[in-house]
Design a protein around this ligand. Structure first.
Ligand code: G16
Length: 543
């Protein structure tokens, strides 16, 4: 099978909307599914070129729009080690997607080939998967049309969570090496995670049932499958919101984004004091936990809390194992609650970096640490162990039974954690393993620090692209003067902080605010949102 330029030109899928402009954003292309068929075709060609550039390594393509509403869809590329597409290629992804006819498409292809000195005779390997969205079957066909034209050898892995596809890509590319990541099958994924979990919690009594809201998405059937590989003596799970067949239910009034943004449990879950709950998003790459106190107050344990829990647990284990040379660091974004950053830097004394929104930014920063814990407040994150840290753990020699146990537990964590990308299922098991090991309730976990009240507001404007930021998105550069107005507002609130940025996955501008009290926070958030609305000509619901 060859890279057939004539076929690529002739089989192009025309743009669905003449004037639609595509952008490879925070997590690939994402928009209403109706305009994405043409993009899938181009993404297939890009995946083939990327594979050829990397000597035929397998590239992943995931069709999903994750937390977005059901009518949206999206697509992103996964690089050979299971990480997001190298950033310099995003520009070409955008250029390809916006090529309107066969000639201009070939012109961009030639540009990519020249820029990266690609040998078109190298065979290309691509695998792909998709979530439960009704638009997926059509978009898969469009992708396959592009894969065929570009002569790629491809495998359709079918319905998968996003993190499973990342896992599969890494397994395939590392198979047969000393770095082999696992068996490249769905069953291999379940076995790896569940056996690591069983080791991590060995000898400890099981916790009470965890209620898991699967956002009516792909996480539901996949979690159900995983449970077949683990005894209910070590993990008890109750799956909620698993309706993947009724139209319109995906992410509707449920899921991690709903819980984080609204700061309440989905109406479909009747939660009482003592219940332990968590929510995935539509493609199961994020998770947040929550509970209610005796007086009925809702308490959220978000990505910041997960990062704190993982950092303290791993730091302690490393110490108990007698391998203090391994240093733990944490990566956050501007959305991290000020109290969490304070806790990490002042109480745990771990280094913390702040980067722009998007897993791709956090992942690369986390690679700089021996053990890099990265989480976005919205529940997206994982833990990375550097090759040196892994080697130190594998070769550590215990001098006492306690050290032996700590080393075994650390090793089990390296297997339990999906190190390719944030993974709701793997992160859920990580949190459960830590809490089981410590015999902690959610209340005890929550006691590490108290979040400053915070609020996230979405403002729909006529053109979100006019909002440009700097300093890890904490300050606006454009529209000119708006940051000064925000700063003046923020100064009026105790412990006030607020920032504004354009979403890379939705057609909206996000406003974040935190302050000393709930009333001040809400006031600040809505006043900043009003500034944005007035300045940019709001078109959606007024903030
Ligand atoms: C994606 C990205 C996340 C990001 C989120 C929101 O998540 O993978 O890193 O935090 O979008 O991004 P934005 O604020 O730019 O819309 P998901 O779960 O939707 O894939």
């Amino acid at each position: 099978m060859s890279f057939d330029k004539t076929a690529i030109k002739n089989n192009i899928i025309p743009h669905e909307k003449e004037d639609f402009v595509y952008t490879y954003g925070t997590a690939g292309f994402r928009s209403n599914a109706e305009v994405l068929g043409s993009v899938m075709y181009k993404v297939a060609i890009l995946a083939s070129l990327r594979s050829k550039k990397l000597n035929g390594s397998t590239i992943g393509v995931m069709i999903t729009a994750s937390h977005n509403p059901e009518e949206d869809n999206g697509v992103k590329l996964v690089d050979p080690r299971g990480e997001m597409l190298e950033q310099s290629w995003e520009v070409y992804a955008t250029k390809l997607a916006n090529a309107k006819d066969g000639e201009s498409l070939l012109a961009v292809v030639d540009e990519v080939v020249a820029q990266y000195k690609i040998d078109l005779d190298v065979p290309a390997n691509v695998i792909y998967a998709y979530d439960t969205r009704p638009s997926c079957p059509h978009l898969v066909k469009c992708l396959e049309q592009g894969l065929e034209a570009s002569g790629a050898k491809s495998i359709n892995f079918g319905l998968k969570t996003t993190p499973m596809l990342h896992y599969l890509v890494r397994c395939i590319n590392t198979a047969g090496t000393s770095d082999a990541y696992g068996e490249p099958t769905e069953e291999g994924y379940y076995k790896k995670l569940t056996s690591a979990f069983a080791t991590a919690v060995k000898g400890k009594p099981r916790l009470s049932t965890l209620h898991v809201d699967c956002a009516n998405g792909v996480g539901a059937p996949k979690l159900r499958e995983l449970l077949k590989f683990i005894s209910s003596d070590v993990l008890s799970v109750d799956i909620v919101n698993e309706n993947t067949t009724t139209l319109g239910q995906l992410n509707k009034n449920c899921g991690a984004d709903y819980v984080k943004t609204n700061q309440r449990a989905p109406p479909s879950i009747s939660i009482t004091a003592g219940d332990r709950c968590c929510s995935y998003d539509g493609d199961a790459d994020r998770i947040v936990f929550y509970y209610v106190t005796e007086d009925g107050t809702f308490r959220l344990l978000d990505g910041d809390k997960i990062a704190g829990l993982a950092a303290v647990f791993i730091t302690d284990l490393v110490h108990e194992a007698g391998i203090d040379s391994i240093k733990v660091g944490v990566v956050q974004t501007a959305y991290a609650n000020g109290s969490s950053t304070n806790y990490l830097t002042k109480v745990l004394n771990v280094p913390v970096s702040c980067v722009s929104t998007g897993v791709k930014h956090l992942h690369h920063e986390a690679e700089k640490y021996d053990v890099g814990v990265y989480f976005e407040a919205n529940g997206h994150g994982t833990v990375l162990f550097s090759p040196d840290a892994l080697n130190t753990i594998k070769t550590a020699e215990a001098k006492t039974p306690a050290q032996k146990q700590a080393i075994a537990q650390l090793f089990s964590l390296t297997e339990l954690i999906n190190q390719t990308v944030g993974d709701a299922i793997s992160d859920m098991l990580l949190v459960e393993a830590i809490l089981t090991s410590r015999q902690w309730s959610f209340e005890e976990w929550d006691q590490a620090y108290t979040d400053l009240p915070n609020r996230l507001v979405k403002v729909v404007v006529s053109d979100r692209h006019i909002f440009k930021t700097t300093n890890a998105e904490r300050q606006l550069v454009e529209p000119a003067g708006l940051q000064t107005e925000i700063d003046a507002l923020v100064a009026k609130y105790s412990n006030g902080r607020s920032f504004v940025r354009a979403s890379g996955t939705e057609d909206a501008v996000r406003v974040y605010a935190e302050a000393a009290t709930r009333a001040e926070t809400d006031d600040l958030a809505f006043k900043v949102a009003q500034l944005v609305y007035d300045r940019a000509g709001g078109v959606g619901a007024r903030p």
